[in-house]
Design a protein around this ligand. Structure first.
Ligand code: PXL
Length: 277
């Protein structure tokens, strides 16, 4: 067995059912053979007595700063995934803490809202994320809703629209430190038979396409996708290869999904299946 030497770091929220958030991130890191390190920004506990609505508790900003200090002092981390942050105060402390050292890659899953939350809640987070976190990101992975919000487009109905959204979001990134990448994900929201993702690297567009597996959203797909990109980057892959692996891993995880008492199935990564993707 190859010893694990690559470390993958995630700053994200806990999602108590285990399907999404930092639980999904750390499982993905493990499945892809990296050593996972995690910092918790908030705690989401869906409410089974209220239609699985969204209960959200932010972690105290000082406690977030302490966790980042512990993780980055203990390990030489150079690749980080940022997942759900949730409040402007959290965004502020994460931006300040991460700016204390250089990063080879910062993979931003720009989580604006999650299932059960009102779209209105996205506005504050969008503004703070755009101002403070987007400039740190080397790879951004918006879903359909986030691509609409961050690009300012009225509709995204085709793969061509998705590519246009990726271009517009790319224009908002700080490219002074090297190439930056946007992976816009169509998911089940993009009409058509395929699950389409597009990667824009500032120059050209690469399209990733697989047949959709059903028309229902699966919990943890976005988290797993960005975490898999992060793990592959930690292992030294380039961004295009990392996205290709992540697409295969998440497609397998959606196929193998876990049913539960909640309305959404969750991505399930089986070690044996991931090894062969
Ligand atoms: O899937 C987005 C997401 C990310 N992070 C946390 C979540 C969710 C959605 O439920 O709860 C913590």
């Amino acid at each position: 067995m190859t010893p694990v030497t690559e470390l993958a770091y995630v700053v994200a929220g806990s999602e108590a059912t285990g399907g999404a958030g930092i639980q999904a991130d750390l499982k993905t890191f493990q499945a892809l053979g990296t050593y996972g390190v995690g910092t918790i920004t908030c705690i989401v506990s869906f409410d089974p007595t209220n239609a699985w609505g969204h209960r959200f508790v932010p972690v105290d900003p000082q406690v977030i700063a302490d966790q980042i200090e512990a993780a980055t002092s203990c390990h030489d981390l150079d690749v980080v995934k940022i997942g759900m942050l949730g409040t402007p105060a959290t965004i502020d402390v994460v931006a300040r803490s991460l700016s204390a050292q250089p990063w080879r890659h910062v993979v931003l899953d720009p989580v604006l809202i999650c299932k059960g939350q009102e779209p209105g809640a996205a506005l504050d987070t969008d503004t703070a994320l755009t101002a403070q976190i987007l400039p740190l990101a080397t790879v951004v992975t918006p879903n359909h809703f986030e691509a609409l919000t961050l690009s300012g487009m009225d509709a995204i109905s085709t793969a061509r629209d998705l590519a246009e959204a990726a271009r517009r979001i790319h224009a908002r990134l700080d490219t002074s430190g090297g190439p930056r990448y946007v992976v816009a994900k169509g998911g089940v929201e993009l009409p058509g038979p395929d699950a389409v993702d597009v990667l824009f690297d500032g120059d050209g567009v690469t399209e990733f396409r697989t047949p959709k597996i059903g028309e229902e959203r699966v919990s943890g797909a976005g988290c797993t996708f960005a975490a898999a990109i992060t793990a592959e980057l930690a292992k030294g892959a380039d961004v295009t290869d990392a996205v290709a692996v992540a697409k295969r891993v998440v497609t397998q995880g959606i196929t193998d999904r876990l049913a539960s008492h909640a309305p959404f199935d969750a991505v399930l990564l089986r070690a044996a299946a991931v090894e062969t993707v």
